[in-house]
Design a protein around this ligand. Structure first.
Ligand SMILES: [Mg+2]
Ligand SMILES: [Zn+2]
Length: 201
């Protein structure tokens, strides 16, 4: 940068920088939230993005939220599929979303389980939800503000992981929950979260 440019702040750039300084994120569970929950999907072709999910994710992006998937994948520890296959499934998920104008900022998974059958992945890992390890790692690596972020999942273990990390939580589906927002699906949860965060800005 030359000295001539110093002190010249384009309002648009400045606005973008201020916006990015917050780095609020929506931390998203995968199965039952973004894609159909089919148990332990082991084929990229089985991945089916749930209705209106791309639109909901685009709305979050335009509100300035980072999009970070955090998913327990104990199927690896249980010997149901390999890490390589899991990466193929996630490549497929990313490309399906990209085709709809959504770029995920990051995707974290925990392949571990204490009761696994594959020795290399048999462990009681603090990245496995309801532990908050994946969310904390994401926050450190991506510079996220967890206080301004939300965890959205379809199980109470997702809700608990979000709260343990200092986020608010959104719960998809019926049943008793400690979540701040409860909704039938991701689009409904996103509408509620966008309303709440606009109110507090
Ligand atoms: Mg789930
Ligand atoms: Zn793990």
């Amino acid at each position: 940068m030359t000295s001539e440019n110093e002190g010249v702040v384009c309002p648009l750039v400045h606005g973008t920088l201020l916006h990015r300084a917050g780095r609020a994120a929506i931390l998203l569970d995968r199965d039952g939230v973004l894609i159909e929950d089919t148990g332990y999907p082991d084929d990229p072709e089985q991945i089916i993005v749930l209705p209106r999910v791309p639109e909901a994710l685009r709305a979050l992006q335009s509100e300035g939220f980072r999009l970070v998937v955090v998913t327990n994948q104990s199927g690896v520890a249980r010997g149901k599929f390999t890490l390589e296959r899991l990466d193929e499934i996630h490549d497929r998920l990313r490309s399906l979303l990209l085709a709809q104008g959504v770029e995920l900022d990051a995707l974290y998974y925990c392949p571990h389980h204490a009761g696994g059958s594959v020795a290399a992945f048999t462990a009681d890992c603090d990245h496995r939800k309801p532990q908050p390890g994946m969310l904390r790692t994401a926050a450190l690596e991506l510079g996220l503000d967890l206080d301004a972020s939300w965890m959205i999942g379809d199980k109470e273990s997702d809700v608990r992981a979000g709260h343990a990390a200092g986020c608010r939580s959104g719960r998809i589906g019926a049943g008793e929950t400690a979540a701040e927002v409860q909704a039938a699906d991701l689009p409904e949860a996103v509408a509620a979260i966008v309303n709440r965060t606009r109110d507090t800005r």
